[in-house]
Ligand binder design. Structure first.
Ligand SMILES: [Zn+2]
Length: 89
């Protein structure tokens, strides 16, 4: 099972915490899109963030554990890999 497969789980639209919105992620769908874009680089991060739980994770292992257990799009929370959400479509 890949990270992309897990991201396909459908979820009710909700508005994300202010911290996620500051990074350009307004809804759970935005977070999912960002997550899919990151998937090839995902494992190389040091800091991760789950916008659905408003919770930080240090290191890919902890982040992956949350991702698998909750099926949440845990994102690499580093500016270099965050998407420009404004640029889509
Ligand atoms: Zn979560």
């Amino acid at each position: 099972m890949t990270i992309s497969d897990q991201a396909k789980t459908r979820r009710v639209e909700l508005i994300l915490p202010a911290r996620a919105q500051a990074m350009g992620l307004r809804t759970a769908t935005d977070a999912k899109i960002a997550f899919i874009r990151q998937s090839s680089l995902w494992w190389h991060g040091t800091l991760y963030y789950c916008p659905l739980c408003d919770q930080e994770f240090q290191g890919a292992d902890l982040a992956a554990r949350h991702l698998v257990a909750r099926q949440h799009p845990v994102l690499r929370w580093e500016l270099a890999v965050l998407p420009n959400v404004e640029a889509r479509s």
